[in-house]
Design a protein around this ligand. Structure first.
Ligand SMILES: *[C@@H]1O[C@H](CO)[C@@H](O)[C@H](O)[C@H]1NC(C)=O
Ligand SMILES: *[C@@H]1O[C@H](CO)[C@@H](O)[C@H](O)[C@H]1NC(C)=O
Length: 408
């Protein structure tokens, strides 16, 4: 009994310590976010233990657990017809409005889901719901790409899958089959899916065999570069749920099947130090001193190492490949991009990736809408269903769909 009296408060204190995170005063629904984050961390740490014991890859286990928690499959509704098929050998889930309004051609969005190139699915209820709601509110055909995930495949395979499926869909006869207006197609995605969407858009814009180009791209808190992990947003939010800086760097390394030990060097930008010659040509593309407004720069100073570790880029040259880091593309490519929407959250390591891409596109003459949310966190747009429902999720989703409705 006496032991219990001592142990219970101790356990409660330990639990509170595990759950509690100092969050900025502007964050909406902070306690709910802390609880969700603590659960997510506990699951991730268990997966890391399984990985450490060499029982399975941590990302395989994590994706399995997420799949169990989030029931896959969700039947067509009265309003939306859902069909799983393949585009050029790549699995896709196509959502169509059930009512075909006469012979009118419909708008369309090619959607690429997020999850660090390793997690989630077009069939996960979160993404399935998002696409259903988009189909209903936009009366559009949504093509959600089921690209293959890390660790089963690595870069460039997820990119290649997304590109092949999008290119297949853009062919005139395929569009005709789905009654899609060739002039009203958007490419979109969130987080790692936003990374793939931006990279697919760049590749489509340069591919002369693609005659029908997308009208828009819409990127939700996209990952766009692996060059600088010390942007103001990476530093300000290094411990922010649901995506701390170190976790993002690990996702990058796993994307390339690189050595996980490099993460500690990449945190301090040792991979792009001044003495690493491969990185030099890109320095100007990613100069946040000139690309970010002062409200985002605050008092942060660039972290530029004089001497670093050249072996990282020697072993993982793909870190500078624009199909992985679209923010590093030349101006000649940027100016070919369609009208763009970028959604960013203040409490997100990736805020500045999005803000810098918006600025570089604008400098290249592209029309850009930057939709910034001061009280939101990374990944919020898919958290709309109990028990992980957030007002941040509903508000970002509404704003995103509204922009598509007005511009597509
Ligand atoms: C980055 O931009 C700042 C401010 O415009 C400028 O002073 C600096 O020389 C630039 N650095 C590089 C590497 O281009
Ligand atoms: C960064 O690189 C420098 C120079 O090679 C090295 O001395 C330092 O240990 C490295 N730091 C990390 C964390 O890798």
């Amino acid at each position: 009994m006496r032991t219990a009296v001592v142990l219970l408060p101790a356990l409660a204190a330990l639990g509170a310590y595990y759950v509690y995170l100092p969050l900025p005063g502007t964050m909406s629904e902070p306690w709910k976010l802390m609880l969700m984050d603590a659960s997510f961390r506990a699951i991730q740490e268990t997966c890391n233990l399984v990985h450490y014991l060499r029982l399975s890859h941590h990302l395989t286990v994590l994706n399995y657990v997420i799949g169990v928690l989030d029931k896959l499959e969700s039947p067509s509704s009265e309003l939306v017809k859902i069909q799983d098929t393949q585009f050029d050998g790549v699995e896709v889930r196509v959502f169509e409005p059930s009512k075909k309004e006469d012979k009118a051609l419909r708008r369309s969005v090619v959607y690429i889901h997020g999850g660090g190139w390793a997690l989630a699915s077009a069939r996960a209820s979160s993404y399935n719901n998002l696409c259903k709601i988009m189909t209903e509110s936009l009366k559009a055909v949504i093509v959600s790409i089921e690209y293959r995930l890390v660790p089963k495949v690595h870069f460039p395979e997820p990119f290649n899958d997304a590109f092949r499926a999008a290119k297949h869909f853009l062919q005139p006869d395929v569009l005709a089959k789905y009654s899609v207006d060739p002039g009203r197609i958007a490419i979109s995605g969130d987080s790692a899916g936003g990374n793939l969407a931006a990279a697919v858009c760049q590749q489509l814009s340069r591919d002369t065999s693609v005659t029908n180009k997308p009208k828009l791209q819409a990127l939700i808190y996209p990952v766009l570069q692996a060059f600088d992990f010390n942007t103001p947003s990476y530093r300000q939010n290094m411990n922010m749920p649901v995506l701390p800086r170190f976790v993002m760097i690990k996702f990058w390394i796993d994307y390339f099947n690189g050595n996980p030990d490099f993460a500690h060097s990449m945190v301090i930008n040792n991979h792009t130090a001044l003495d690493v010659s491969q990185a030099v040509p890109y320095k100007g593309h990613l100069n946040w001193s000139s690309l970010l407004p002062s409200v985002f720069k605050k008092n942060y100073k660039p972290v530029i190492q004089t001497t670093g570790k050249a072996e990282i880029l020697r072993e993982i040259p793909e870190l500078l490949d624009i199909r992985a880091s679209p923010l590093l593309a030349e101006k000649e490519i940027l100016q070919l991009q369609p009208k763009t929407y970028i959604l960013t959250c203040e409490n997100d390591v990736l805020r500045d990736d999005g803000v810098m891409y918006a600025k570089r596109l604008e400098n290249a003459g592209v029309e850009v809408t930057l939709d910034h949310f001061e009280d939101c966190f990374h990944g919020c747009m898919i958290f709309t269903v109990w028990p992980t429902d957030f007002s941040a999720g509903l508000r970002t989703r509404e704003s995103y769909i509204k922009w598509l409705d007005q511009n597509l």
